[in-house]
Write a protein that binds this ligand. Structure first.
Ligand code: NAD
Length: 478
């Protein structure tokens, strides 16, 4: 049977192209599907349509209740389409069926959540004294250009598409080269829900061609980027040329800080999610653990046991707990970082190798005695690799947790509310988890400090990344 072929969605039309991209299943190394490859021409076409749509104000001028209903219908269509999308996402990304289902659920949740805000984007009335009336509007930015990575393509596309559309913008999304297939179903869901033509285009193309063309296009008013620091900086330079705003969701090297009174069952559940979920390819992964020296041996034994219990396999197999990384290139980078860690003197407890089977599998890996001068302490790995270190005092714990250039998330495991509250202030990160890694959800604002980026996604806060505040000051005449 030949692999399915997917198209780009440009302003309400499904468009093929002369060139196509092969998408490989990382668990089997077989072809998962192909997709039409968009270049500069297709990006121009999408932005031109989006610009015209935004300038007409079709979504913004719609009655807010109607816009809210439209956004809510998209959520329902995403839920309806998930049955087709989940196996596709498993095949192209390698993740488990449950994880792929969670992506579609989350994408639908973003549309539900921002549908609830679409009719509550209210300006303020500002008193200026006798003889004046002053008020503000929140107007859409216009055209939101959105660039998505491969680790959670459906979830992350929903995260930025939903608030942008709810605020009345037109959106042009560039999907990632490695995992563009399931994302096309988001465009299908929008189309099925009756989103007007021109409000959305979704294209797959190479980052340095289609991505760069989107950022440079004068018709784009904003870039929302999720991806690596290196690409983020390239995009920021290009965006600076046109002085357009950006939301940057970049990488992380986040630490869990574990105190002697921590609930270790709860901690192990968090480690399982924190570093083995999606094979550690999560920007907010628990890639470091700082454990108090009094409980180091016990925690290390339990983490080692957890790693040994991982079942490697295809995402479609229900017994699988650890899936492959996304590509051969990704696997080789992860293994190279493990080799460097060993050379620099970190103690390899388990893993550190590829698995002897087809697919791009990396064994669950635990390093101990990882010191601040080592690359494994400071650099993002993006694989199932946990770096453990110890601390003696609370002050040292916060200092070590903050000793990287990143600041995406941080976790505190303790029963002592005072320690948790002090840590929530001392840790330099966009979000703090106490006693549960990944606590929070669509409702909670998310983003980084330092090299992890700026701007916020999720929660009510994110909606205001997609609007301009316009103030109107009126002098009343006698
Ligand atoms: P990447 O930077 O290589 O690619 C991300 C996207 O940018 C892709 O769609 C790619 O095609 C595009 N791109 C590449 N070069 C471009 C250019 N010159 N101009 C415009 N677009 C370009 O990142 P990746 O390897 O796909 O993703 C992994 C990275 O993403 C990790 O660093 C991870 O931490 C980060 N990430 C962050 C978050 C977050 O919310 N903070 C979430 C997921 C992933």
């Amino acid at each position: 049977m030949s692999a399915p072929h997917y198209l780009n969605y440009i302003a309400g039309e499904w468009v093929d192209s002369d060139e196509k991209l092969d998408v490989i299943n990382p668990a089997t190394e077989q072809l998962a599907g192909t997709i039409a490859l968009a270049g500069e021409h297709e990006v121009q076409r999408a932005v031109t349509a989006a610009r015209a749509f935004a300038d007409q104000g079709t979504l913004y001028d719609m009655r807010p209740a109607e816009r809210a209903q439209l956004i809510y219908r998209i959520a329902n269509k995403i839920r309806a389409i998930a049955e087709r999308g989940v196996p596709l996402l498993v095949a192209e990304n390698g993740k488990t069926t449950a994880e792929a289902q969670a992506e579609f659920n989350n994408a639908a949740r973003y549309f539900e959540y921002y549908a609830g805000m679409a009719d509550k984007i209210e300006g303020r009335s500002i008193p200026l004294g006798e003889g004046y009336v002053d008020f503000t509007y929140y107007e859409p930015l216009g055209v939101s250009g959105q660039i998505v990575p491969w680790n959670f393509p459906v979830d992350l596309a929903g995260r930025s598409m939903a608030p942008a559309l709810a605020a009345g913008n037109a959106v042009v999304v560039k999907s990632p080269e490695l995992t563009p297939l399931a994302m096309t179903l988001l465009a299908e869901a929008c189309d099925n829900a009756g989103l007007p033509k021109g409000a959305l285009s979704l294209l797959c193309g190479y980052g340095d061609v289609a991505g760069a063309a989107l950022v440079a296009n004068p018709g784009v008013d904003q870039i929302v980027f999720t991806g690596s620091v290196a690409t983020g900086k390239t995009i920021l330079h290009a965006a600076a040329e046109r002085a357009i705003p950006c939301v940057m969701e970049l990488g992380g090297k986040s630490a869990a800080v574990v105190f002697p009174d921590a609930d270790l069952d709860q901690l192990m559940n968090s480690v399982d999610w924190g570093i083995f979920f999606n094979s550690g390819q999560v920007c907010s992964a628990m890639s470091r653990m700082l454990v108090h020296e009094d409980i180091h041996d016990e925690v290390l034994a339990r983490v080692t046991e957890l790693a040994a219990g991982q079942v490697l396999g295809e995402g479609s197999d229900e017994s699988t707990t650890l899936t492959p990384v996304a590509s051969a290139n990704q696997r080789d980078q992860v293994l190279a970082m493990c080799a460097t860690a060993e050379q620099q003197g970190a103690h390899l407890v388990t893993g550190g190798r590829s698995a002897e089977r087809p697919g791009y599998f990396v064994e669950p890996t635990v390093f101990d005695r990882v010191l601040p001068h080592m690359n494994l302490f400071t650099d993002e790995v993006f694989g199932p690799v946990l770096a453990m270190s110890t601390f003696k005092t609370e002050a040292e714990a916060w200092q070590l947790a903050n000793a990287t250039d990143y600041g995406l998330v941080a976790g505190i495991f303790t029963n002592d509310l005072n320690i948790a509250m002090r840590g929530s202030k001392a840790l330099k990160a966009g979000q703090i988890f106490v006693n549960e890694w990944y606590a929070g959800g669509v409702e909670t604002p998310f983003g980084g400090v330092k090299l992890s980026g700026f701007g916020r996604e999720k929660g009510q806060e994110a909606l205001y990344s997609y609007v301009n505040t316009k103030n109107v000051a009126i002098r009343l005449l006698d």
